[in-house]
Design a protein around this ligand. Structure first.
Ligand SMILES: Cc1cc2nc3c(=O)[nH]c(=O)nc-3n(C[C@H](O)[C@H](O)[C@H](O)COP(=O)(O)O)c2cc1C
Length: 193
């Protein structure tokens, strides 16, 4: 099922960029292990500073206790819809370079790029995801034994196949139907002479 959230654009933008959007209504259809691996492989083809690839993912399938624990780490505004997803992911960014005891100041940048590739690959096969910064940091670090000196949690991500917006309670139903908007390009770009 594709969704009418594909926006109108001024220019001819690649469909894959436009098809990704942050869904909240997920069906019961599962995502196979092979598909999950394909999504992670897509993430791995992102560029990263010195090809460090500072991304790591913890992930859990619906029905597992880890999935429930991940849902439990989310803030109240995310739990009611994220629990219907097929998989939950925790996106981690390694703080230091592997072979040097030196901070990698690009770690979050590169992990963001990897998450973007993962979600575009997902949209390509009609799987939608929603990144979430609304989670309890201390709870997540301790529930999954994450060493915060080594890793920063970039975000949680829920993945699933789309279901109808009507399945959601308010205010999520309304949000699911809202058109996606963006600032005009002129607002965030500046040509220098
Ligand atoms: C790092 C990050 C954290 C986010 N956290 C949340 C969140 O906690 N809850 C939520 O509903 N949406 C969250 N979002 C989704 C954004 O609200 C969404 O990407 C934005 O409104 C643009 O919509 P679109 O992704 O459909 O284009 C987050 C997105 C990112 C990238």
């Amino acid at each position: 099922m594709s969704h009418p959230k594909k926006p109108e654009t001024t220019h001819n933008i690649h469909p894959l960029i436009l098809e990704r959007w942050s869904a909240r209504s997920f069906s019961q259809k599962p995502i196979s292990a092979e598909t999950m691996e394909a999504l992670f492989e897509a993430a791995s083809w992102s560029a990263s500073s010195m090809n460090e690839q500072p991304w790591e993912y913890l992930f859990a399938e619906k029905g597992s206790s880890a999935f429930e624990q991940m849902i439990d780490c989310l803030m109240d505004g995310n739990q009611p819809w994220a629990k219907n997803g097929s998989h939950m992911l925790i996106s981690l960014a390694k703080r230091k370079f592997n072979d040097k005891d030196r901070d990698n100041r690009h770690h979050m940048h590169d992990v963001g790029a990897a998450n973007s590739a993962l979600l575009m690959q997902a949209a390509h096969i009609d799987i939608y995801g929603h990144m979430m910064g609304g989670f309890h940091m201390d709870k997540a670090l301790s529930a999954f034994g994450i060493d915060s000196e080594k890793f920063e949690i970039a975000c949680f991500i829920v993945l699933g196949h789309l279901d109808v917006p009507e399945k959601l309670d308010e205010p999520f139903h309304k949000r699911e139907l809202q058109p996606r908007t963006r600032k005009p390009v002129s607002e965030f770009t500046k040509k220098l002479d």
